[in-house]
Each structure stands twice: as structure tokens, then as C-alpha cells.
Design a protein around this ligand. Structure first.
Ligand SMILES: Nc1ncnc2c1ncn2[C@@H]1O[C@H](COP(=O)(O)OP(=O)(O)OP(=O)(O)O)[C@@H](O)[C@H]1O
Ligand SMILES: [Mg+2]
Length: 147
């Protein structure tokens, strides 16, 4: 049985392809557009846009591909970014500002400042990262709508 709350919920899902720089950023733009149509506060939209963009780019650049799922509830938004590996060996190092394993080619495109994960954490009301070498990286991000 679904209760009244779940009937109002919206779930968005985006498959993100590895190395697909031509479409990179499309998922986060689309999420932003839908939140605008729903009349969500611009401060919340900005936070969701930042975290989804950084998660999307990390999947494109650092992973074998993955999926971003956004669930919109009346009082919060949950974003789950899950990829198909190769995982992160040292999470605390990856979370440090300025740490990046991006190639010189990727840096030429303007990425690789090592600021994506720290920015995701900064703009989240709740943030968890689960990863290990040889498996998926899973980010679970909550952004509150009513503070
Ligand atoms: N989904 C992922 N899979 C594997 N490794 C990842 C993933 N996301 C991040 N990493 C690792 O963590 C490091 C730090 O990520 P972060 O997003 O902070 O910086 P960046 O992507 O290198 O640069 P920027 O985000 O500033 O363009 C990456 O360089 C990479 O080594
Ligand atoms: Mg990044």
C-alpha cells in the first residue's frame, strides 16, 4: 500500500556513460529544470545542481559508468550516485580538497581541481560515501527542503 506521502514523491533516474563528455552535465541540467518546474526554492535547487553535477562528472571521468537517482519528497531530496567501479582505495584522501587522480587530458578540459567531493559534502545536509577498490562507489546525499 502506498500512503499519501509516497503518492506525491517523484523519482528521476539517469544513466551516466563513461568518458561521454559531449553529454556530460545533461542529467544535472535536467534535474535542475524539473526542480524549477516543481517550484522548489532556488537555494535548494542550487545545492542539488552542484552535487548532481559533481557526482555526474565523477562518474564520467573516474568510473566505468553509473546511474544517478533523485528522489524528491516534500521536505527533502535524496540523490544516489552509484557506478560500476573501479572504486576508491583511500576515501579520506579522495575527500581532501585538491586531491585528484585526473589525467592531464581531463585537466585540459577544466576538471581535476580535486574539489568535487569536498563540494558535494559541503552542500549536503547529509552525505555518505561508500567505496572500496574493485567495487562500486555509492554516494548518498540528502538536501533538506524545509530547514
Ligand atoms: N566515482 C568515482 N570512482 C572512482 N574514483 C573516484 C570517483 N569519484 C572520485 N574519485 C576519486 O576521488 C578523487 C577526488 O574526486 P573529486 O571529485 O574531489 O576531484 P576531481 O574529480 O579529481 O576534480 P574536480 O571534481 O575538482 O574536477 C578523484 O580524482 C578520483 O581519484
Ligand atoms: Mg570531481
Amino acid at each position: 500500500m502506498r500512503n499519501d506521502e509516497t503518492i506525491n514523491n517523484i523519482k528521476l533516474e539517469y544513466d551516466i556513460l563513461k568518458d561521454d563528455f559531449s553529454r556530460a552535465g545533461e542529467a544535472s541540467s535536467n534535474i535542475k529544470k524539473i526542480l524549477r518546474q516543481l517550484g522548489i526554492d532556488s537555494t535548494i535547487i542550487r545545492k542539488v545542481a552542484i552535487v548532481t553535477y559533481e557526482a555526474e562528472m565523477n562518474i564520467v571521468i573516474h568510473s566505468e559508468g553509473g546511474r544517478i537517482t533523485v528522489e524528491i519528497y516534500p521536505t527533502f531530496v535524496i540523490i544516489i550516485a552509484k557506478d560500476e567501479g573501479p572504486g576508491i582505495e583511500n576515501i579520506s584522501l579522495a575527500m581532501q580538497e585538491g586531491f585528484s587522480t585526473a589525467s592531464s587530458k581531463v585537466r585540459e578540459l577544466g576538471f581535476g581541481a580535486g574539489m568535487g567531493l569536498p563540494n558535494i559534502e559541503k552542500h549536503s545536509d547529509d552525505f555518505s560515501i561508500k567505496s572500496e577498490k574493485g567495487s562500486s562507489t555509492i554516494l548518498t546525499i540528502t538536501i533538506n527542503i524545509n530547514e
